[in-house]
Design a protein around this ligand. Structure first.
Ligand code: ADP
Ligand code: MG
Length: 312
């Protein structure tokens, strides 16, 4: 088995909905990778995770997880995966320790082994000092760590994380990235969703960019930045009237987006760099004092693919 997850023309139309939440998405997650589903709100990320984890039923296509079809062998899939949902799903009436321990027991681990495994995870995720705390008393970062510890307690092959760092402060986010990397080092394949571009860029080995239920691009972050769209950003420092400069820029072919900055304007052009001379000529009459070409980022890739910004 070379793919931990394999989706073929996966489709989901929710009842009563006119447009599909997932529109024939096909992709493969190689074993041992950290794989990111990147897209804005409503893209279909949670729906994809829902189908892979047998919580949502696809209306077309196929999802195979760890070699098992989710439609034909949902029980086998559930045994071999770990899940940390977008919302906190810790049992509020149990302590941190009990949340992990009962999870182990639920997956058939004996009392003694479950106690050992729980202690090991409390140490490893640096939550031992909060073992007796109730989930509601934890900060967002800590609660997410407990949820992650619980999700891998039964040693799954494939781990699904839905927006694992949404709403976390930068320090907790970096700590969670390190944990996810350590899980990969253990041999766990990690599939996560995110709408943070730095997270997709820095944490994920491969990415699927999705929007409106459609797969727009797939590959390593480096591939996506060099191939898909190939937009570049140009920062312009202007001493003159910005509104007029905007109008002049809007008329140029290949200019995708114009944003205000402190010193002037930032524009996104496709294809990369070839638009620079036309841009310079267009804004020269408006007091161009400086110009900087910014290399393609996942942000410029997304804008090139959709014409929209991915930020919240
Ligand atoms: N249970 C549901 N019933 C109807 N529509 C849904 C349901 N869940 C999600 N959707 C719709 O499906 C689309 C994809 O949603 P979702 O998978 O949650 O996207 P994401 O996780 O990327 O934000 C959205 O348009 C959303 O409104
Ligand atoms: Mg979601």
């Amino acid at each position: 088995m070379t793919n931990a997850v394999s989706l073929t023309a996966l489709e989901k139309v929710y009842q009563g909905s006119a447009t599909p939440a997932l529109d024939r998405v096909s992709l493969n997650v190689p074993v041992g990778t950290i794989y990111g589903l990147l897209g804005p709100n409503g893209a279909g990320k949670t729906t994809t995770i829902g189908i892979c984890t047998t919580r949502v039923r696809a209306t077309g296509g196929e999802a195979v997880v760890a070699g098992y079809s989710v439609r034909e062998h949902p029980t086998a899939v559930r045994r071999i995966i770990g899940v940390a949902a977008q919302a906190l799903t810790l049992d509020r009436s149990c302590t941190v320790r009990e949340n992990i321990y009962f999870h182990c027991r639920y997956f058939g681990i004996g009392r003694h082994a479950a106690r050992e495994r729980t202690d090991e995870l409390l140490e490893r995720f640096r939550i031992a000092d909060r073992a007796s705390a109730m989930p509601m008393a934890l900060s967002g970062g800590l609660a997410q760590r407990v949820q992650l510890a619980r999700a891998i307690a039964h040693r799954p092959d494939v781990l699904f994380l839905d927006e694992p760092t949404a709403g976390l402060d930068p320090q907790s986010r970096l700590a969670l990235w390190d944990l996810v990397r350590s899980l990969k080092a253990d041999g766990i394949t990690v599939v996560l969703t995110t709408h943070y571009m730095e997270e997709a860029d820095q944490l994920c080995d491969r990415l699927a960019i999705i929007d409106h239920g459609r797969l727009l691009a797939e590959g390593t972050p480096a591939q996506l930045k060099s191939e898909a769209g190939g937009a570049a950003a140009i920062d312009l420092a202007l001493s003159g009237e910005r509104a007029e400069a905007r109008n002049a820029l809007r008329a140029i072919e290949g200019v995708q987006e114009i944003q205000d900055t402190e010193r002037g304007l930032r524009i996104l052009v496709t294809p990369e760099r070839s638009g620079v001379p036309r841009v310079v000529a267009a804004v020269a009459p408006f007091g161009l004092t400086d110009l900087r070409v910014v290399d393609p980022s996942l942000e410029t890739v997304f804008i090139a693919l959709t014409g929209r910004d991915l930020r919240e």
